[in-house]
Design a protein around this ligand. Structure first.
Ligand code: GLN
Length: 446
């Protein structure tokens, strides 16, 4: 399998550009050793996996697709990396992404633009665009991504693969390069729902290195794949099939909902009335947290340092040269929103909106098991189409962002094509309700 992964990468990655760094020598050695020792009870034994390049990997370059970390070799493994290693998965390489996970198209990568394997003129989505593209192109069977506002689900939708954003706290954030700490979650991207369940099984659970990781027992996800969803109460928010969503996407999603109904689910229309405030609230909160988190990149502790004798000048130059435009935009926006005199009007207000959005979900989940709708308002757009228009780019996250603000889990799975491009069906669950998501997604996929 590992040989095949590298052969496939050799064949297609010149076009797809999913990988930033390969781990070829070590991967082949590990695979060989495993052939000799056998798998034991490891659940991912010998499985080729790609790791998003914002997860630190000991001795393996970790760039966040940024110039400022171009030569950064971490001293330790992120907990998720340690956990897939413990299950004997084999790291094939580090995957392309938007710089510091800021973006929806992988176009803000400092190094190269990943492409959508379905149509190389189109984006794979982002920020985990390399992860979704690598799985879709058959380069790896498993990939890890991170999702702060949609970055696992949106690229999974665009590339026709399965992506899960777990409940906030389900998976340790230790060793992920922080973007927005109250929103970030790591999760699996795979071809099938079953594979996805195995990878979440491997990475979920309490970690003493991350105080926000939850002390909630990890269920056996594969055991949830019963194929039976009779009587499941499914809510369809009218905002998710309303204004701003492409007609062709709506049509595909309506057909998928019919399919769930024919499997025995009970469908009900509901409202998430504060959804329309999610994008503005998110961009205040995420940028505010990012502006604080990215303060550590000062030219001293990590990565690229500008040449100058003056200390303040060195900070300024290192950051000016090291960060790309989108990252700078977020730092400026966040610093502004947190500054005295503006804090109450922006940051505090956004936090209040966040609570309202969370309450919208709680109300629906009082008498429904699942919320269903599209993952994205459109299918994959053309490279270059939105990159000069941040507001249009941000609007892409309309349907994914509320989930992060509320901290609940959601999965995107392929549900057919619109105009020849994959459409993602999004299923949103109760906190720690990943089992129900897998059960419903698996029943649908069959
Ligand atoms: N597209 C969103 C952003 O740019 C989400 C990114 C993410 O989930 N990492 O912030």
């Amino acid at each position: 399998l590992v040989d095949e992964a590298f052969a496939r990468i050799g064949e297609v990655d010149g076009d797809v550009q999913a990988f930033l760094t390969l781990n070829e020598e070590a991967a082949r050695e590990q695979a060989k050793a495993l052939d000799e020792t056998g798998a034991g009870d490891a659940i991912l034994a010998g499985m080729p996996i790609g790791i998003k390049d914002n997860m630190v990997t000991k001795g393996l370059r970790t760039t966040c697709a940024s110039h400022i970390l171009e030569n950064y070799d971490p001293l330790y493994d992120a907990t998720v990396v340690e956990k897939v290693n413990a299950q004997k998965a084999i790291t094939i390489g580090k995957l392309n992404m938007d710089e510091f996970a800021m973006g929806s198209s992988t176009e803000t990568s400092f190094f190269k633009k990943a492409k959508n394997p379905w149509d190389l003129d189109r984006v794979p989505g982002g920020s985990s665009g390399g992860s979704a593209a690598a799985v879709a192109a058959g380069e790896v069977l498993f990939a890890l991504g991170t999702d702060t506002g949609g970055s696992i689900r949106q690229p999974s939708a665009f590339c026709g693969v399965v992506g899960m954003k777990p409940t906030y706290g389900r998976v340790s954030r230790y060793g992920l390069v922080a973007f927005a700490s109250s929103l970030d979650q790591a999760g699996p991207i795979t071809r099938t729902v079953e594979d996805n369940a195995y990878l979440l099984q491997a990475i979920a659970g309490l970690d003493r290195h991350d105080s926000t990781s939850a002390d909630v027992a990890v269920p056996n996800y594969a055991a949830a794949l019963t194929g039976d969803i009779k009587g499941l109460r499914v809510a369809v928010p009218k905002e998710y099939l309303g204004e701003g969503i492409d007609e062709s996407v709506k049509g595909t999603i309506r057909a998928a909902i019919k399919q769930l109904e024919s499997l025995g689910a009970v469908i009900d229309e509901v409202s998430l009335p504060h959804s329309k405030y999610a994008v503005p609230a998110y961009y205040i909160i995420a940028s505010s947290e990012a502006s604080a988190n990215l303060a550590r990149f000062d030219g001293v502790r990590y990565g690229v340092r500008a040449e100058t004798d003056d200390l303040i000048e060195m900070y300024k130059k290192s950051r000016s040269e090291g960060f790309g435009d989108e990252v700078k935009r977020r730092i400026m926006l966040g610093t502004f929103a947190l500054s005295s005199g503006y804090y109450d009007a922006y940051y505090k207000k956004a936090q209040q909106v966040r609570t309202l959005i969370k309450q919208d979900f709680e109300k629906v989940f009082a008498d429904h098991d699942l919320i269903v709708g599209p993952t994205t308002p459109t299918t994959a757009f053309k490279i270059g189409e939105n990159i000069d228009d941040p507001l249009t780019m941000y609007a892409n996250d309309l349907l994914t962002i509320p989930v992060n603000l509320a901290g609940v889990p959601a999965i995107s799975l392929p549900c057919g094509l619109a105009d020849g491009l994959p459409v993602g069906l999004q299923m949103i669950g109760r906190p720690f309700g990943e089992e129900t998501l897998y059960r419903a997604a698996h029943a649908y996929e069959q």
